[in-house]
Ligand binder design. Structure first.
Ligand SMILES: NC(=O)c1ccc[n+]([C@@H]2O[C@H](COP(=O)([O-])OP(=O)(O)OC[C@H]3O[C@@H](n4cnc5c(N)ncnc54)[C@H](OP(=O)(O)O)[C@@H]3O)[C@@H](O)[C@H]2O)c1
Length: 288
């Protein structure tokens, strides 16, 4: 039975909570800090940030404000492209901003040029204990094969990618399961602000389950064994997104949601990531 304390065991034995709080676009300062503290108060034990979100300092403060032991909170952050040539610098600076002495999960944010070489460095950082688990984000199957060809000795513990009923990623999920790579859904409520909470089919399932549309969308992934990291900076939504253990989606409900799949990834295509105009990326800034 799923509960807020449910975890998945990664391929190196590290336990990762299935539900986490995402903080992309949570403003550095009070907004991100309060969201993190509130989430932890409501029982979340997993926070997903990244260097490029420019809110690692606030995340660290929110964690300390909560008063919960650091070891009981699972913190993910991600290496940004500027540091693919020097991942050690990337993780050391993230640790400093977060005010932590290890990261639970350190991810390559995108398959940017040089990703395989950067991954080999992540393996060293993991051996040294700077991060407990390592993984990738926005990877397709062929990217994993490139890691292997480059001599990677650690199977990535996690692949974090866009996943919701309109982009079910069934083939990639199956491949990851087979190769013991845990699958983590970002934008679980719908990609790039196109929330699926107003979709009539989602609403119909929600009504009949006596749940909210966001809870139904999150359960759909959780019941497939997929980790979810919904983002909100509003206390009532943070609570709502975590209060999803009073109901279960039947096989028919699961199918209704799976039928929404149209392979509609709204984020950038990982295979064309180097073509994305630089001005579309956020500029890394230092927080106060
Ligand atoms: N690895 C990557 O490349 C990558 C890319 C994108 C995202 N991510 C990670 O995944 C996390 C989640 O993805 P996401 O932020 O793109 O999308 P999401 O979590 O699917 O959706 C977030 C949006 O939904 C709203 N929302 C949240 N709960 C709601 C509710 N119960 N009812 C109505 N609206 C609700 C939020 O608004 P409010 O905040 O105003 O409540 C926000 O606008 C990110 O924060 C980040 O940590 C990773």
């Amino acid at each position: 039975m799923l509960t807020i304390n449910s975890v998945t065991e990664l391929n190196n034995g590290v336990k990762m909570p299935l539900l986490g709080l995402g903080v992309f676009r949570a403003q550095s300062g009070e907004e991100a800090r309060n969201a993190v503290r509130t989430a932890i108060e409501y029982g979340y034990r997993h926070i997903d940030t990244a260097r490029i979100y420019c809110n690692e300092k606030s995340v660290g403060r929110g964690i300390r404000d909560s008063g919960v032991d650091r070891k009981d909170i699972f913190v993910t952050t991600k290496l940004w492209r500027d540091d693919y040539v020097n991942p050690r610098r990337g993780i050391e600076q993230s640790l400093q901003r977060l005010g932590l002495d290890y990261i639970d999960l350190y991810l390559l944010h995108w398959p940017f040029n040089g990703f395989a070489k950067a991954y080999l460095e992540l393996e060293k950082l993991q051996r040294e204990g700077l991060c407990r688990a390592i993984g990738v984000s926005n990877f397709r199957i062929h990217h994993f094969k490139e890691l292997q060809e480059a001599g990677a000795s650690v199977v990535p513990q996690v692949n974090q990618t866009e996943c919701h009923p309109e982009n079910a990623e069934t083939e990639l999920l199956g491949w990851c399961r087979e190769h013991k790579v845990a699958f983590e859904a970002y934008s679980p409520l719908g990609g790039q602000g196109h929330l699926l909470i107003h979709d009539p089919r989602v609403l119909a399932v929600a009504t009949h389950c006596k749940a909210t549309p966001s809870q139904v969308l999150l359960r759909w992934n959780l019941q497939r064994g997929v980790i979810v990291i919904p983002k909100s900076v509003h206390a009532e939504r943070i609570l709502q997104n975590s209060a999803l253990y009073h109901f279960e989606l039947s096989p028919e409900d699961m199918q209704t949601l799976s039928d929404l799949d149209k392979g509609l990834r709204r984020g950038w295509d990982p295979d064309r990531i180097e073509e994305r105009p630089p001005e579309l990326w956020p500029v890394p800034v230092e927080e106060q």
